[in-house]
Design a protein around this ligand. Structure first.
Ligand SMILES: Cc1ncc(COP(=O)(O)O)c(C=O)c1O
Length: 439
């Protein structure tokens, strides 16, 4: 039986309507910013394979670090035992984060990093004999697919069958903005006003606020300004509300700085990191918090301890990949490459917008996004599937989020490759417009 037939027989793919989806593509290898299928066809990975890849596929430095680590220790349980890669990575990470984020809790994916942060925040108040119950999140947010993360992401629209099982969360609007947006300040005021109202009515019972800082990913790369986050944190912290930054997607350079939280003075109480953490090689995640939070879990009995863990917590291979990936930022002068990506995004999104094919062009670091003018805006719409297929046929791995086309390439992408991608996007959109887009 051909491989693809076996895939159809045995495998259930994520976020896929198997009945209507096009055939999945068997990828045999990857190199730098490209993936190759069994026929040798090349696909430029413009979305870093669900936002995980940083320095390119199968980067030899990370391969080497993994090989060395696998020969020494593949895994050990992380309660009662520890190991050098976990210790070294935690130390390096703490050195790079704002000073108060200094205690690293390992898990293995973005959803668990968020679950851990929310549980820590709730237990922080519980351990102090002041249990607070309410959580605040943002409309459109996506924090993962476990039940806690789904509750925080209830308004994303992904979780219809489960709504009766999700816990209550208060939602505030996300002041999304784009190039030449004259209403940004009004939107920020509305969001802050909604928060003020929640504080006025339930202030003493709000345990934490959770936000995807600077960019809401799955909602359609909705971007907000750092100055909004500054005020938001100030309001929360002066009202004793813990702040959780879900940087699962924004972490490791995507927004132009290593972490989005660097772009402001106030520091959140938690940061959740995953995706790019291993350079895209292995599942790994961390929830990093402060001494203040950590110390509230110390006590003479087990009852105040954090009873949460996963079998593959702090996997040594993942930690070795994470160390190698961090060192590549320096060795390969990644920040200079990121700047070039930023400039190309700016030039080409502006040009595309001038053609009238797209609107609401926006950029944040190495992320660029724009809305295709079409009435079907929902995730998985027929239009977004057709666009995805058209891009794939032209050798681009792009997955529109509803009517939003976005690019978040690995940092090793060559300027010529990125320009080529924009040329193809314009070609594909021109071929579709306007009568197809109106369908
Ligand atoms: C901001 C954010 N948080 C959490 C998650 C969940 O991460 P994972 O898919 O690794 O569970 C995602 C995934 O897209 C994300 O974008």
């Amino acid at each position: 039986m051909p491989l693809i037939q076996k895939d159809k027989t045995y495998i259930w793919h994520p976020f896929t309507q198997a009945k209507t989806a096009a055939d999945t593509i068997v990828i045999t290898h990857g190199k730098a910013a490209s993936l190759f299928d069994a026929t040798g066809k090349e696909y430029l990975d413009l979305i870093s394979s669900w936002w995980v890849n940083l320095h390119g596929h199968s980067h030899p430095k990370i391969v080497e670090a993994l090989t060395r680590q696998a020969e020494k220790l593949e895994h050990v349980m992380f309660a009662g035992f520890t190991h050098e890669p976990a210790i070294r990575f935690a130390e390096q990470l703490v050195g790079l984060l704002p000073a108060s984020l200094n205690r690293v809790f390992y898990s293995d994916n973005g959803s668990t990093a968020v679950e851990a942060a929310v549980k820590m925040a709730l237990q922080y108040w519980h351990n102090q004999g002041n249990p607070k119950k309410r959580l605040v999140a943002f409309e459109g947010a996506y924090h993962g697919d476990t039940f806690g993360a789904m509750s925080l992401g209830k308004s994303s629209g992904f979780y219809g069958p489960f709504t009766d099982h999700l816990f209550a969360v208060d939602f505030v609007s996300y002041p999304e903005t784009w190039m030449d947006d004259s209403e940004v300040e009004a939107k920020e005021s509305t969001s802050l006003h909604q928060l003020e109202q929640l504080i006025a009515s339930h202030g003493n019972d709000i345990a934490a606020l959770v936000i995807e800082p600077l960019v809401q990913g799955s909602a359609g790369m909705r971007m907000c300004r750092p100055q909004f986050l500054e005020v938001l944190l100030e309001r929360c912290q002066s009202n004793n509300i813990l702040v959780i930054y879900d940087e699962v997607m924004t972490g490791f350079g995507r927004t132009g700085t290593l972490f989005a939280c660097e772009q402001q003075q106030h520091t959140p109480d938690f940061i959740c990191l995953s995706k790019g953490i291993t350079g895209g090689f292995l599942p790994l995640a961390v929830t990093v918090t402060s001494s203040k939070v950590y110390e509230s879990f110390l006590g003479d009995t087990f009852s105040t301890a954090f009873t949460h863990g996963h079998s593959y917590t702090a996997n040594p291979l993942g930690c070795a990949a994470a160390i190698a990936s961090l060192s590549l930022f320096v060795e390969e002068q990644t920040f200079a490459k990121m700047k070039v990506i930023e400039l190309i995004h700016k030039e080409r999104v502006t040009q595309l917008q001038a053609t009238g094919l797209v609107t609401q062009g926006r950029m944040c670091g190495t992320i660029a996004a724009m809305d295709v003018k079409c009435p079907q805006t929902q995730y998985g719409s027929g239009m977004s599937q057709q666009l995805k297929e058209a891009f794939l046929a032209q050798g681009l791995n792009l997955r529109p989020l509803g009517n939003v086309i976005y690019l978040m390439p690995p940092y090793c992408i060559k300027p010529s490759q990125l320009h080529y991608a924009y040329d193809i996007i314009q070609k594909v959109l021109t071929a579709f417009a306007p009568q197809d887009l109106a369908r």
